[in-house]
Write a protein that binds this ligand. Structure first.
Ligand SMILES: [Zn+2]
Length: 82
């Protein structure tokens, strides 16, 4: 009886410890995933901005960003010199 209770106590301790570690591990994974996600999103938006900057120019008339190849401004209709 005493042995069984001790074994049960140990099992409980080990179970609690494993719960605690898996919880910490879970938090660690969540933080890691969030950080990586932020980095990926930040990098993607940076690349997108760069691509947009390379692919666009400012309208000479209204200064809105338009496609570099545009012949006419989509905002004000001003003809663009390519
Ligand atoms: Zn314009």
């Amino acid at each position: 009886m005493g042995l069984a209770a001790g074994a049960f106590g140990w099992a409980l301790m080990i179970w609690l410890a494993s719960q605690f570690f898996s919880f910490s591990l879970g938090i660690g994974v969540v933080i890691w995933v969030v950080l990586v996600g932020i980095m990926v999103v930040a990098d993607a938006s940076k690349n997108q901005q760069k691509a947009e900057a390379q692919d666009s120019k400012k309208c000479v008339a209204c200064a809105e960003l338009i496609k570099r190849d545009a012949r006419k401004c989509k905002h004000c209709g001003e003809p663009q010199s390519v």
